[in-house]
Design a protein. Structure first.
Length: 66
């Protein structure tokens, strides 16, 4: 589930929701919704998150790389 992975990555970097949201161009409330599982990021936002956290998109979904 992407919500848990986002929380894990953000806490690992010790950064706030606001910092991540501003960096990828979304509101803090949108990021909060993603982390709570209320909504899922669109494909464009997934790419921005992956780039921001320097991970493969598959890692955001806890999928193993093939």
């Amino acid at each position: 589930m992407i919500s848990k992975k986002l929380i894990q990555l953000r806490r690992k970097k010790r950064i706030s929701q606001k910092e991540v949201a501003e960096s990828i161009g979304v509101s803090q409330s949108t990021l909060c919704d993603w982390e709570s599982g209320k909504r899922n990021p669109k494909v464009e936002s997934l790419f921005k998150l992956a780039e921001y956290f320097k991970v493969d998109i598959k890692e955001l979904y806890n999928l193993k790389k093939e």
